[in-house]
Design a protein around this ligand. Structure first.
Ligand code: TXA
Ligand code: MG
Length: 308
């Protein structure tokens, strides 16, 4: 079933986007499920395929910072500074939307999330087919995909090989989603830790940041998200993991190790692997809270949260 869907042919993906189809795109963070950002019917299908509530806005993926002023209305100095430093790359800014942004993308909000992804195939696709609206290419609430195979596993029977395609750009090198910085609030807030480290955002903004507050502003901030099917229990060190495993039938330990870059890259494949092996409870040793450890801990805490 997925054979007809997966391709490495960017030209075929360009044709799909132009014809109003969906393309699963490789990015440096995770795979996205993309449509042309100006096509309301195609954007609506993204929500259907993902089973995602319509009020959870999508990120618009741009070619680069030259497009910032086309898609946002008077972005703040902080937004410009972040974009200059981190695009193309794993950073999403929330800014006031311009007239170019359609309601289907933002769920009617007056702000929009913008990012310029770094993956060469997707940069080519955007260059030829235009800006793409895309969430991560997983079913709503589940683990994000970091390979074309993961996308096919989750979505192949919801996509149509006649109109849609999964563009295979290999395994995602960062492995966790982009960092989201709300640049509408002053000072800005980090809404989601991600591929650009929290320390780096603080450095770039000279620590002019407010703690994230208010009602869940990014859907990934709702309590349960990024969850595999197996139960997830978090511990601080390997001794605690071993003790917990002894009392937990059907459990396995996942110790991500000290290399946080590798841990982020492998995280979602390891969570998926546990499900493939039928693990009942995955006991995960939390990485330290610095660098990419912030993003990894955030995803694991949401994976371990009570499920709806
Ligand atoms: O790395 C990434 O960001 C990946 C790749 C594909 O680019 N995309 C991604 O998209 O993670 P998604 O939809 O799974 O997560 C984006 C988050 C959601 O929680 C959404 O609610 C939030 O960004 N978001 C988007 N636009 C927003 C806005 N205008 N205000 C507040 N939150 C927004
Ligand atoms: Mg997502």
């Amino acid at each position: 079933m997925s054979e007809g869907l997966i391709t490495t042919d960017v030209g075929r993906a360009v044709a799909c986007v132009r014809a109003g189809g969906l393309v699963a795109i490789p990015t440096e963070t995770v795979y996205g499920l993309a449509a042309h950002a100006g096509n309301p019917a195609a954007v609506a299908r993204i929500f259907e395929v993902k089973a995602r509530p319509a009020d959870h806005p999508l990120i618009v993926h741009l070619a680069g910072r030259d497009e910032l002023d086309t898609w946002s209305d008077h972005p703040s100095d902080a937004a410009r500074l972040l974009v200059d430093a981190a695009w193309p790359g794993p950073l999403t800014i929330i800014v006031p939307r311009s007239g170019r942004v359609i309601d289907a993308v933002t769920g009617g909000r007056d702000t929009v999330g913008l990012r310029a992804p770094a993956h060469p195939m997707t940069r080519q696709l955007i260059g030829r087919a235009g800006p793409l609206a895309a969430p991560s290419a997983n079913l709503y609430g589940a683990v994000s995909p970091t390979t074309a195979g993961h996308v096919a596993h989750d979505l192949a029977d919801r996509l149509d090989p006649a109109t849609d395609v999964i563009l295979d750009g290999g395994a995602c090198p960062v492995g966790v989603e982009s960092t989201i910085v709300d640049c509408v609030s002053d000072p800005p807030q980090i809404l989601r830790a991600g591929g650009v480290t929290t320390e780096e955002v603080h450095r770039l903004l000279d620590s002019r940041l407010a703690p994230a507050s208010g009602p869940s502003r990014a859907s990934g901030m709702r309590t349960s998200h990024y969850a595999p099917r197996c139960a997830v229990r978090l511990v601080d060190d390997l001794d605690d993991a071993v003790a917990l495993r002894a009392g937990t039938p059907g459990s396995e330990i996942l110790d991500l190790g000290d290399d946080l870059v590798a841990a982020a890259r492998e995280l979602y494949a390891l969570l998926r692997g546990a499900d493939d092996r039928g693990v009942g409870t995955l006991i995960v040793v939390l990485p330290p809270p610095h660098g990419l450890g912030h993003a990894i801990r955030d995803r694991l805490e949401k994976a371990a949260a009570p499920r709806p």
